[in-house]
Design a protein around this ligand. Structure first.
Ligand SMILES: Cc1ncc(COP(=O)(O)O)c(C=O)c1O
Length: 369
């Protein structure tokens, strides 16, 4: 219905996806990874969209990562393969769901970080005669999930010995380092924490012959981690969109990350009320802009500042020398934190320049199980 209209004619608040910027971000990161002889398995938790996942695969990705089993279900339903579930599963219910997915998608990978959960998985897998590929999740300092570094080889060996399970490699995600502002500090921290994981990977390889995947990294460290010889694949997510949290992080080139990776994802919001001298009210609040990780940036018109103003509204003020917009005016914002903001919407309005060329459903929206 919106196809062919100008993006400022869209109903607001809404998410807009600039196809040229998206493709440029994908090309840049996939090209850099490929040039190092490595593979990219982008994280689909960022965009929650099977159309976009397919575009990443068409641009050379070996598959995609997901955080949750329900996201994997939706992507497999949409026909995608090469899926890695990056979060460990520990309940019988979840384990049964993953085993059912292995039936439909034999190259599905799941991380494990606990022996009793691995036994549960092995028991479920054995009863249906499926051979399941797993990666040992390694904790490299985030302390969220993962086996401690010193336990990785013993754990891998024990998991690999369980019926139906085959250890295909390790995963090490340094989430605590992705937004370290200074590039040199981020570089030294990422290299030093992934060094331990690289050594553990080499040790596991000597005892488990099927171990050939070392997966890790994110948007903040992808340009750094591609230089780690042992790392075989990278799993950045936010690189497709950019957001206000990443925009201020220093890139490899020395400038802001948003100069290197373009803001392909933006949010449009309209002024709905302007009865005060110092501010106007817009129609995007907490229910359309997630309040975490960076303040949304008003990209257009210039000189305006956004702040949340309750569930449904935002408060927009003007910097010195700039005027406030009038009711009906449309503002374009770089979102705070892209992943949870995306989860608030049903679709992307896909644009080339100022023209809407299509609508992509956010079909993994709400897949939080
Ligand atoms: C395990 C894992 N890998 C990769 C990523 C991608 O990170 P980013 O969006 O910063 O690129 C995430 C994001 O939280 C993650 O949890």
């Amino acid at each position: 219905m919106d196809t062919g209209c100008k993006k400022d004619e869209l109903d607001t608040p809404c998410l807009v996806l600039d196809l040229d910027k998206l493709d440029r971000n994908i090309e840049l990161v996939h090209g850099a990874v490929d040039a190092q002889g490595k593979q990219v398995r982008p994280h689909a938790k960022t965009h929650k969209c099977s159309r976009l996942a397919r575009r990443q695969v068409e641009a050379g990705a070996v598959g995609v990562c997901v955080a949750k089993v329900s996201e994997a279900e939706a992507l497999i339903e949409a026909g995608l393969t090469g899926i890695l579930i990056t979060g460990p599963q520990a309940t019988r219910r979840k384990v049964e769901q993953v085993v059912a997915l292995w039936h439909r998608s034999p190259d599905l990978l799941l991380v494990v970080d606990d022996m009793s959960a691995a036994r549960l998985l092995s028991g479920a897998v054995s009863t249906v005669g499926v051979s399941a590929g797993v990666l040992v999740d390694v904790d490299v300092g985030l302390e969220r999930t993962g086996v401690r570094l010193e336990q990785v080889s013993d754990f891998a060996l024990a998991v690999d010995a369980l019926p139906g399970l085959s250890v295909r490699g390790i995963q090490a995600y340094a989430g605590h380092l992705q937004h370290v502002l200074a590039f040199s500090e981020r570089r030294s921290k990422s290299l030093s924490c992934l060094r331990g994981a690289a050594e553990a990977f080499m040790r596991v390889k000597t005892v488990v012959p099927t171990c050939d995947i070392f997966s890790g990294s994110g948007t903040g460290t992808v340009d750094i981690d591609i230089g780690i010889p042992e790392l075989t694949e990278l799993q950045p997510g936010s690189y497709v969109f950019m957001d206000a949290e990443y925009a201020v992080v220093e890139s490899l080139a020395g400038g802001p990350m948003s100069d290197r990776l373009l803001p392909a994802l933006t949010l449009l919001t309209s002024v709905v009320s302007a009865n005060h001298d110092g501010h106007v009210t817009v129609d995007a609040g907490l229910k359309s802009l997630y309040r975490h990780g960076g303040t949304p940036r008003v990209l257009r018109p210039g000189g305006l500042v956004y702040d949340w103003f309750g569930d449904e509204y935002g408060r927009v003020t003007a910097e010195a020398g700039y005027g406030l917009p009038v009711p009906g005016a449309v503002l374009e914002l770089m979102v705070s934190h892209c992943d949870p903001t995306v989860n608030l919407f049903d679709c992307y309005h896909v644009c080339r320049g100022d023209t809407v060329v299509g609508t992509w459903p956010i079909d993994l929206r709400g897949c939080c199980r």
